[in-house]
Design a protein around this ligand. Structure first.
Ligand code: AMP
Ligand code: GLY
Length: 423
């Protein structure tokens, strides 16, 4: 089968790596891809938002299955365009992906379906929002409604901060995503991400992972897209998994179906594990990046079979098998990330690093130039390893990191600290 993956990050590299290994794959393309993806797929220079060219390319090459990686094309309706063109694809419709692109939509669904989440109120007017925030217990959480690249959330610990956050969101700091905001209660607990495939009706649990959103060791500094991740997450016990499925995932599946927006894709539930049980922080309608990288390392089953079952409404007929090992990934970012990453620097030593036992290197933001690998983004490499537990995966990943010669890159040194401390 000829398959096209949409995207250019580490998530897409790991998806391409797993898809390329499937006996069902006869030819794999990636648009636009990156220098690492080029080792497992043919990269084509088409932007993820250029839907006309994506459809034209898929027709020209007789692509039989398109796998959509990132959130933006989903929010823009790429799945709907492919459906109109009669091209089989993995990724929810725009209406179903509203679970990710509108926090207000998701919060209202939670309210209607009784899904545990932080108490909230949605506002389209700054004065009313400030009035509400003025006597809300602190800290109070202020969120821009739409996709804001993980930056549209402010946890205000003072009234002045809350008020400034509301003003800056309505002033358009986060673009159109700030025209509506959500103010919600602060939830105390440990965070975990849970990934579940859904074909609109049936679900297939994948696994849980934990990531590290802050740029600095000890979880300090600005928020990023994620500086590392690992799976499984011991904190996500079988009891918590069952509660999450019954109280959060299944009511969402039913609620979306009842609203005429059946969700076909992967639920990425961001959860707060509170004293009262798991509560939903947010949904994403795609695989996490870098969480996908650790899931692909652990997955024993054929990924193409699973993704096709989602598209075909046949999830009931498949199951997912996992390696006994844990996986951990360390993000190498370009100096200056997340504010102003330095681009254009040369990375050496990747072959030596990739030879460390259990290690796989996924590229997140690279280009090849005259035989050299050049950094071309904020998050640039994902050094990913399997190990018999998170501690061993961590040791292997950092052994590989230390073999990479890239003075302009940096990593956190403490990825996995919660899990390692626990075992
Ligand atoms: P989100 O973009 O909604 O995932 O929020 C980004 C991060 O903000 C989350 O990963 C949490 O660390 C934090 N956060 C969001 N909402 C809450 C909340 N209600 N209580 C505590 N932390 C939150
Ligand atoms: N790791 C966070 C994300 O994929 O949004």
């Amino acid at each position: 089968m000829k398959i096209l993956v949409i995207g250019s990050g580490g998530r897409e590299h790991s998806l391409c790596w797993a898809i390329a290994a499937s006996p069902l794959t006869s030819k794999l393309y990636c648009a636009p891809g990156n220098a690492g993806i080029a080792n497992v797929a043919e990269c084509v220079a088409i932007d993820v938002m250029d839907f006309d060219r994506i459809v034209a390319f898929a027709r020209e090459k007789q692509i039989e299955f398109v796998v959509i990686g990132p959130d933006n094309p989903l929010a823009g309706g790429l799945a709907d365009r492919l459906a109109q063109a009669g091209i089989k694809h993995f990724g929810p419709s725009k209406a179903a992906a509203e679970l990710e692109w509108s926090k207000g939509f998701t919060k209202e669904l939670c309210e209607a379906e009784g899904i545990p989440t932080a108490r909230f109120k949605r506002f389209t007017d700054a004065a009313a929002a400030k009035d509400y925030a003025s006597d809300h217990p602190l800290p109070v959480v202020i969120k821009a409604d739409g996709l804001a690249l993980g930056k549209g959330v402010i946890i205000a610990t003072t009234r002045a901060e809350a008020s400034a956050a509301i003003d800056s969101m309505f002033a358009g700091t986060f673009g159109a995503s700030g025209q509506s905001i959500v103010i919600e209660e602060f939830m105390q607990g440990e965070e975990a991400s849970y990934f579940v495939l859904c074909d609109g009706e049936n679900v297939l649990p994948l696994a849980a992972a934990q990531d590290h959103k802050r740029v600095g060791d000890g979880d300090v500094g600005p928020n990023t897209g994620g500086m590392g991740a690992y799976s499984p997450a011991a904190v996500f016990t079988p009891t918590i998994e069952r509660q999450t499925m019954e109280r959060i995932i299944l009511p969402t599946v039913r609620g979306m179906k009842a609203r005429g927006r059946p969700f076909k894709g992967v639920f990425y539930a961001g959860l707060m594990l509170t004293a009262e049980g798991p509560k939903l922080i947010e949904y994403n309608a795609r695989f996490g990046d870098p969480e996908c990288q650790v899931l692909m390392m652990r997955l024993k089953s054929d990924i193409v079979t699973l993704l096709l079952a989602v598209a075909d409404g046949a999830l009931k007929t498949v199951d997912a098998r996992w390696r006994d090992e844990a996986a951990l990934t360390v993000v190498m970012a370009a100096r200056g990330y997340p504010e102003a990453p330095l681009k254009g620097t040369t990375i050496r030593g990747l072959d030596k690093a990739a030879a460390v036992e259990g290690v796989e290197i996924f590229h997140a933001g690279t280009v090849a130039k005259d035989g050299a690998i050049i950094a071309n983004g904020g998050r640039v490499l994902n050094i990913t390893a399997l190990g018999r537990d998170v501690a061993e995966a961590k040791a292997r990943a950092y052994r590989a990191v230390d073999l990479i010669d890239w003075p302009e890159g940096f990593t956190r040194r403490d990825i996995g600290w919660r899990a390692v401390g626990r075992s």
